[in-house]
Design a protein around this ligand. Sequence first.
Ligand code: AMP
Ligand code: MG
Length: 339
Amino acid sequence: MNRVLVPLELDASMPMLGAQAHCLDGQTMGTTWQVRWVAAGASPSEMVRVAVQDELDLVVAQMSTWLESADLERFNRAPAGTWHTVPEAMAEVLAAALWLAEISGGAFNPAAGALVNLWGFGPSPRYTDPGFAPPTEGAVQHALALNDWRALQWQAASRQLHQPGGVRLDFSAIAKGYAVDRVSRRLSGMGLPHSLVEVGGELRGQGLRLGGQPWWVDLESPPTAPGQAPLPTTRVALHGLCVATSGDYRRVYTHDGARWPHTIDPRNGRPLANGLASVSVLHTECLWADAWSTALTVLGREQGLALATAHGIAALFVQREPDGRLTETLTPAMKELAG
Ligand code: AMP
Ligand code: MG
């Protein structure tokens, strides 16, 4: 059985006659990017590459935790009691992240950098380094004390952020989606409204592809246990729509038989252990699809379903049950897209 998700609003404008399909790709943020677009006449490929790179570089220069010179890293290293002017794009992402932190009760936490690093998911040390050992209880408690996003004083109007001391921001759960939005908008601004933009698996589709079809995307399902039939394929028409996926099945490492996803529960300072294999979120903005998919993954199926439903979020939860079987749950907004 297959499931087809189509947006509730359709825009009828078609690519021009004689239009051609184009594709570019590259690397950014420790992952890959790809841009497909449909345009008439000579390919403006070089112009597109420069524009895409420009947007991605801006996000990295401001929000990377892997670049010492990034504004975010400079804030992370700053002494206690100092105020910092946050650049515009970073301010936009910070405001969204703080809002989601508040309404998710800290399940989504842009100030969880100390914990992320402690568990080896930051730049260094990496959990893949030889001899990497899980942190001690004392180290977890120490990092937990530093992961309080409420301790951040943020003055939105003047874009001033206060470093209370030792707080480490990490925007990895939201910045890829934000970068996708920026690239997509930049293309539209260049007169290219028919595009599919992807950074590290987070996607945004605008307009239509060649032939007048929407940008169809299949959501990757986690593999089922032996004996269980595969999950239905979910096919989404990314027409003015974005999709992001978080969860434990794509990036996970095992230690003494336990599965550790890259996502931390900032409420207890440990990698998630709630059995969620993946959460996919559809949203008109990729920033929100990305951030919500991480938030709902941390909250787990029951709490996540309740919060997503209350906010009208279209989400698909794939839960690994105690017997190893996978089960799917759709929020009402997701069911609506499935028709
Ligand atoms: P994503 O793949 O979008 O779910 O983002 C995962 C990344 O976000 C991790 O590799 C961490 O850098 C960071 N992260 C981990 N846990 C959290 C959390 N609870 N809230 C916000 N960011 C997190
Ligand atoms: Mg995310």
